[in-house]
Design a protein around this ligand. Structure first.
Ligand code: A3P
Length: 333
């Protein structure tokens, strides 16, 4: 009996199993053999119980901030590169491995309430890039099959425009050199940076397509969809529904902790009788309304996607159809 040297053997193995070249991190606690060889300091209780997946520009920072106010809910520690978002399941961070991911979740000594044990503490992370990340549902499900998945939706046209404004505010040359209309109508012969911006504006808004991808891995009961307009206008009710969905105890009474701030034009955290703590300048920006031509084009562009979304929402149960979706469809025909 003879054997090839290890590297050659590995090369041979991956030639036979090319689908295994890309690693998929499973949950160590699902396999007693893996659990046994895992560090004693690690515990599956410190993996997130739910994920806020985005998409970007739908109010994910507001939701993250409101969740972090809850005494039973703990988020990851911030990343030096991507701030509150870990962005593990999409992009190259995934290859940094499970230990890298888990280091973002504080040990029980840093829980924000002594009455809350790791078992009752709800860990979560929010990475708004997860929503439309091609590999994300598969990877997330392999590691966190029981996690609940929370998504926020607003009008996809409004989301696209908010993303464009976000890029402009960040001084992105391409967004400052082209109008929104020029971006969304860029053809395939346009410069790469312009096409990339067009895609980042338009693609995440194909909501039904992305949600179906998540539903190929997670059962519908684990998915909660928030109407982002309701989160903006009526966050207390939205947070109550979300707490019920997550089965979080004790229920936190947000009506005492969130208040509309006339100057900001959004709900903010109550700090004292007269003081509110609002999200920073980059959230809830002031910019001119979308031009008529772009609005019309996007209504047509998203028509089939929005129609599919209505169908999907109906299939998922008695969720009320968001008003923005009805409006987008009524003027889009
Ligand atoms: P605009 O800045 O375009 O108005 P995200 O955090 O996912 O990037 O989303 C940003 C959007 O959240 C903002 O987009 C804003 O409209 C919305 N939003 C919802 N509730 C908010 C709140 N309470 N404070 C600030 N922005 C809020």
């Amino acid at each position: 009996l003879s054997s090839a040297p290890p590297i050659q053997l590995a090369e041979m193995y991956f030639r036979l199993h090319p689908e295994e070249v890309d690693p998929v991190w499973g949950n160590p606690c699902d396999d007693p053999r893996h659990k046994k060889i895992w560090s004693k300091k690690k515990s599956c209780d410190s993996l997130p119980k739910f994920l806020v997946i985005g998409p970007q520009k739908t109010g994910t920072t507001a939701l993250y901030t409101f969740l972090a106010m809850h005494s039973s809910i703990t988020s990851n520690v911030p990343s030096p590169d991507t701030y509150e978002e870990i962005q593990f399941f999409n992009g190259n961070n995934y290859y940094r491995g499970l230990d890298w991911y888990m280091d973002f979740f504080p040990s029980d000594s840093s829980a924000n309430s002594t009455a809350v044990t790791p078992q009752t503490r709800y860990m979560f992370e929010k990475s708004a890039t997860y929503f439309d990340g091609e590999a994300v549902p598969k990877r997330a499900h392999a590691l966190l099959p029981h996690a609940k998945i929370v998504s926020i939706l607003i009008s996809p046209a409004k989301r696209a425009y908010s993303w464009y404004q976000h890029q402009r505010a960040h001084g992105e040359g391409i967004a400052n050199n082209y109008s929104f209309y020029q971006v969304i109508t860029a053809g395939d012969s346009a410069p790469k940076a312009l096409k990339d911006l067009r895609n980042r504006c338009l693609n995440p808004g194909k909501y039904a397509q992305h949600l179906e991808h998540w539903l190929a891995y997670y059962p519908a009961q684990q998915l909660h969809i928030i109407d982002g307009e309701q989160l903006r206008l009526n966050p207390v009710d939205v947070m109550n529904d979300l707490q019920r969905f997550l089965k979080i105890q004790p229920i936190f009474d947000y009506s005492n902790h969130l208040r509309f701030d006339a100057k900001k034009g959004f709900f903010c955290q109550v700090v004292s009788e007269k003081r509110n703590k609002c999200l920073g300048k980059s959230k809830g920006r002031q910019y001119p309304s979308m031009d008529e031509r772009s609005a019309k084009l996007l209504q047509r562009y998203y028509l089939s996607h929005n129609t599919a979304l209505v169908k999907l929402l109906k299939k998922l149960g008695s969720r009320p159809i968001p008003q923005w979706l009805k409006d987008d469809l009524s003027t889009g025909t």
